[in-house]
Design a protein around this ligand. Structure first.
Ligand code: ATP
Length: 210
């Protein structure tokens, strides 16, 4: 199964990296691909350029063969829409191989506002990771989608190329990129919230006001 974990990664931190490792083990796959987005359609403009975020990601996963990088969205002009990315990936891996995308409950709660969201379950499985927060509106589209498509066991994902939703509740570190950027900007140390090589590179390039 091909697993992609998308995000802004502005910057990558230990919360992201721990989750990626948990996912790799819980899903029983050899790799999880981190996929930084270029122009995030639903977020503010990031604090580092695409090339800078990519360089930080490369440093972060350099010694971990179970984590890979998929930078396809950074090479594309304009906004990255997940449906478009998944269509491209599906064409590459063929119709039969299971493909799964990872989302936090916070992102999944607004799933029906995404461009061409109806196509997404026809292209990939969705792994929804429980995050703190309000959760899903009980009568909204995401909750309905979940009730129609959810599976209990990881194995179900391997038996179909797409279409299932699996909920996972792994332990999460209380770290956010916003908190890291705020610390750096106010002259405080973000050390141990993110890998040392990433922090050194942030300092070297004077990113986020360092
Ligand atoms: P920001 O603070 O800028 O919003 P973030 O730290 O939440 O950033 P994103 O790049 O938005 O990071 O996150 C990418 C993905 O990682 C999202 O699916 C998000 O739910 C998830 N994520 C973010 N922080 C954590 C964390 N501490 N533990 C697990 N998952 C996380």
């Amino acid at each position: 199964m091909h697993v992609i974990y998308g995000g802004t990664f502005d910057p990558i931190h230990h919360g992201h990296l721990r989750l990626a490792v948990e996912l790799r083990e819980r899903l029983g796959v050899s790799e999880v691909a981190l996929m930084p987005c270029h122009v995030p359609p639903h977020r503010d403009v990031p604090g580092a350029t695409s090339a800078q975020r990519l360089a930080l990601l490369e440093l972060a996963i350099a010694s971990e063969p179970g984590l890979t990088l998929d930078d396809r969205e950074l090479g594309r002009e304009g906004a990255s829409y997940t449906a478009e990315t998944l269509t491209q990936l599906r064409a590459e891996i063929g119709p039969d191989k299971p493909l799964a995308m990872v989302l936090g409950t916070d992102s999944f709660a607004g799933f029906d506002r995404w461009q061409e969201w109806e196509r997404i379950p026809e292209l990939a499985h969705i792994v929804v990771v429980q995050r703190p927060g309000p959760g899903l509106a009980p009568d909204g589209v995401p909750a309905k989608l979940l009730s129609q498509r959810s599976v209990e066991r990881v194995e179900a994902l391997f038996r179909a190329p797409c279409g299932h939703i699996l909920q996972l509740d792994p332990p999460l570190l209380d770290i956010s990129a916003t908190g890291i950027r705020d610390r750096i900007l106010s002259g405080h140390s973000p050390r141990y919230l993110l890998p040392d090589p990433v922090w050194r590179e942030i300092q070297r390039q004077r990113l986020y006001g360092a």
